[in-house]
Design a protein around this ligand. Structure first.
Ligand SMILES: [Zn+2]
Length: 112
């Protein structure tokens, strides 16, 4: 993989990191609102509980995604971004452009 492409992917990952981070703050705010007993927006306590569960699930998903993107940035810094974490094959640049997972297409296919 050439440096120019790597730099481009890195910039995109950094953008993603920022976006996810903002989303995460928003979700946190939502959870805090539900927790602060401002329940007038909700028809019932059950509904508030349900909304909180949905928000917490969303938060967990966002945190997972953020970790994945940060891992990818770490791998770029360490200089082995394009190596599969499992079999050490090179990961196709086309694949890295779509998603930041550290697996080549063969490994990903086997584990899915
Ligand atoms: Zn692999």
């Amino acid at each position: 993989m050439n440096d120019q492409l790597l730099q481009k992917l890195k910039t995109r990952l950094e953008d993603m990191e920022r976006d996810i981070w903002f989303d995460l703050q928003e979700t946190d705010g939502e959870v805090a609102t539900i927790d602060s007993d401002c329940l007038e927006d909700y028809a019932s306590r059950a509904e508030a509980r349900q909304s909180k569960r949905v928000a917490l699930e969303l938060k967990a998903r966002q945190q997972r995604k953020l970790r994945q993107v940060q891992d990818a940035l770490d791998r770029i810094s360490a200089g082995h971004y394009a190596r599969c974490s499992r079999c050490r094959n090179e990961i196709a640049p086309e694949r890295l452009k779509i998603q930041p997972e550290p697996f080549c297409v063969l490994t990903a296919r086997k584990s899915s």
